[in-house]
Design a protein around this ligand. Structure first.
Ligand SMILES: Cc1cc2nc3c(=O)[nH]c(=O)nc-3n(C[C@H](O)[C@H](O)[C@H](O)COP(=O)(O)O)c2cc1C
Length: 168
């Protein structure tokens, strides 16, 4: 598999996908080979473990709030996420997260995330935005950083999804 390293940052091939599934509480139920390899964890360390095992301190809480609000409402969401590996390296992903619905019962049974390698252009926009959001969170909590995100989007006159997709 093609994972390359530059300093502490890992990159993966743009034609490959990092895939995982979770239960309704965000515990990992499935991870594909690339997920396992890039994370630095063993499969048995991942399965059954909360997905925040990958959480990087540079990630604003408001992004995860938005993510959970969306998927718990049965909607899909796109997000840029910086993940931390077991060896304290990191890698950026452009994630597409969707609810998994049981077709027989029509009930929500879990979540699915498919991640691609983000573009350099996208990261040039997202990295400073997340930094501002983290600073805002330190001062005024998640509410303040959610408001910062909303204000940024309304100034640009775009929805969150359109914003993320325009910076793929
Ligand atoms: C399908 C799915 C995939 C997720 N993928 C990631 C991920 O790659 N990295 C991450 O930090 N959080 C991911 N999360 C969010 C985590 O569940 C968690 O909310 C986040 O790491 C923040 O941790 P906290 O909720 O304990 O504050 C994912 C959630 C779901 C439902």
């Amino acid at each position: 598999m093609s994972i390359t390293q530059r300093g502490e940052e890992l990159h993966f091939d743009e034609n490959q996908f990092i895939v995982s599934k979770t239960d309704l509480k965000g515990r990992i139920t499935y991870a594909n080979d690339l997920f396992i390899e890039i994370s630095g964890f063993k499969e048995k360390e991942l399965i059954g473990t909360p997905h925040n095992i990958l959480r990087h301190p540079d990630m604003p809480k408001a992004i995860f709030k938005l993510l959970w609000d969306r998927v718990q409402a049965g909607k899909e969401v796109f997000a840029y996420v910086k993940n931390r590996t077991k060896n304290n390296q990191y890698y950026w992903v452009h994630a597409y997260i969707t609810p998994i619905v049981d077709t027989k019962t029509n009930q929500l049974i879990g979540y699915h995330s498919v991640r691609r390698s983000p573009s350099v252009k996208g990261l040039e926009v997202i990295t400073p935005l997340y930094k501002k959001m983290i600073n805002e969170e330190a001062r005024g909590g998640v509410k303040a950083s959610s408001a910062l995100l909303e204000n940024t989007l309304s100034q640009l006159k775009v929805s969150y999804d359109a914003f993320i997709l325009s910076h793929e």
